[in-house]
Design a protein around this ligand. Structure first.
Ligand SMILES: *Cc1c(COP(=O)(O)O)cnc(C)c1O
Length: 462
């Protein structure tokens, strides 16, 4: 029966009904009132949009259940665990790197307990938060010194503010990158108070272009890793060793924004365009910076490694305090870095590296296990297909990894509706849609998540 606005009950009169009063007792008065406002408000909106909207039986169990659902929904945390079945290992929208259990335990400790964050246990005096990871970073990269800030964007900003404010930064036109989330190198340089001096052309920059651009105002030669695009064909850029020699000769600083930054060579695993941090420093780069939560496989952080005198300058910069790493991330970062040393094998211990290097057969087996665990109805179509997975996090889109997905279509549900149903399952499952099917890529899914996906499938609306 169609309703009208005057049939919408007062909140108080609803609270007097036994079904709703029981909810207020079971949950709380405040939550019940809030849920009633939302539920009745939605009905009012529906009525205003469409006068033929029928109203529920306010005394009935179904209405009470809808209010209970609204209360439960309000109790669900906003930030939730999801299953990444996109095939993109470092997915910025899904929180980038998943931490190793050792890193999670370290975070738990640093959160629950008092720590020696800035306390020297030897002397009983004030210590430095930078000390906990500096030696590890130096050991793993060959750097003289290192410091960690909030993220790589902060690392670039702090480095330029500390070395080039009021002076010029020389950078190649081919490397003035934008990465996701509106981080544009020219804007960051401007925000640091430095002046950008562009050299070369989009596709070719020679060492002579840099040499010609250096004058009394120059403080920095800035190189950045063009990780998320590739210029192919008639291209040239000088070798790092040549840039380093030039910087030394002309007494300017060579800085490289590396983005992902790997500590071990991943070329054997198909990632040929990711230079190793140690090699960059060996080539003579003065300061290199990279993210903690991309290929390194740790928490959000910006790691800066390089010359001792420059790092010392960064540590004492007035804005260091505003950009510094927090204790939870620091704990997770130390634990992650320790997995790069004996007795550990980082390819096995660090989830990002493990997903990246998993043999295709392992991924295919996982896909078959999921396909077998799904009980089909009617004309449901469940098959295992070969796909391409990606590293993500700004790494080259061309560098794909052979992968396998479970390809699903469900009778009576569009692929959009199916993808939405997966997103709304108890643990949301995020896949991708391809040609009217939902694809769940198994390279980014952990074995223990497979039954959760099967469960989401079993509860699909039909
Ligand atoms: C990802 C990236 C950054 C920013 O790193 P965040 O840790 O997200 O701040 C900067 N530069 C390059 C080249 C990148 O790829």
């Amino acid at each position: 029966m169609a309703g009208s606005l005057k049939d919408l009950p007062q909140i108080q009169s609803l609270l007097d009904r036994p079904t709703i009063a029981r909810l207020a007792e079971f949950y709380s008065h405040a939550e019940t009132v809030a849920a009633l406002r939302i539920t009745v408000g939605a009905l009012r909106t529906d009525l205003l949009a469409d006068a033929s909207t029928s109203l529920p039986e306010f005394a009935g169990a179904a209405f009470a259940q809808s209010v209970a659902d609204a209360i439960e929904a309000a109790r669900t945390p906003s930030l939730r665990g999801v299953i990444n079945a996109t095939g993109i290992i470092i997915h910025t929208n899904l929180g980038r790197a998943r931490l190793a259990p050792q890193a999670v335990r370290a975070m738990q400790m640093a959160g629950a307990d008092a720590t020696n964050l800035e306390y020297n246990l030897e002397t009983g005096k004030r210590g430095s938060r930078h000390a906990h990871v500096e030696n590890l970073i130096c050991e793993l990269t060959g750097a003289q010194a290192a410091v960690v800030v909030n993220n790589c964007a902060a690392a670039v900003l702090l480095s330029l503010m500390s070395t080039a404010t009021g002076r010029t930064v020389v950078a190649s036109r081919g490397e003035l990158i934008e990465i996701g989330g509106s981080f544009r190198l020219p804007d960051v340089i401007a925000q640091s108070g430095a002046v950008l001096r562009e050299v070369g052309a989009t596709n070719k920059t020679r060492i002579g272009d840099y040499a010609d651009a250096i004058d009394d105002t120059t403080a920095v030669l800035l190189k950045s890793h063009t990780s998320n695009f590739k210029i192919v064909g008639f291209t040239a850029s000088p070798a790092r060793t040549d840039l380093a020699r030039l910087a030394k000769e002309r007494d300017v600083i060579l800085i490289e924004d590396l983005g992902s930054g790997v500590l071990i060579d991943l070329a054997p695993h198909g990632l040929v365009d990711e230079p190793v941090v140690a090699d960059i420093l060996k080539a003579g780069v003065d300061l290199v910076m990279f993210s903690g939560d991309k290929l390194l496989g740790g928490p959000q952080a910006g790691i800066i490694a390089g010359r001792r005198d420059i790092v010392a300058q960064l540590k004492s910069h007035p804005l260091m305090r505003a950009l510094r790493v927090d204790k939870l991330s620091l704990a997770a970062l130390e634990a992650t870095l320790r997995l790069y040393r004996p007795p550990f094998d980082p390819m096995q211990e660090i989830p990002v590296l493990k997903m990246l290097s998993a043999p295709p057969e392992t991924v295919e087996l996982r896909a078959r296990r999921l396909a077998d665990a799904i009980k089909t109805h009617g004309l449901d179509d469940i098959t295992v297909v070969e796909t391409a997975a990606y590293v993500g996090g700004g790494s080259l889109p061309q560098q794909d990894l052979k992968s396998f997905a479970v390809k699903i279509s469900v009778t009576g549900l569009s692929s959009d509706a199916l993808a939405a149903a997966f997103r709304h399952s108890a643990t949301p499952v995020i896949g991708r849609i391809e040609r009217a099917h939902v694809l769940l890529d198994m390279r980014t899914v952990r074995d223990d998540e497979v039954p959760m996906i099967a469960d989401a499938m079993a509860r699909m609306p039909r």
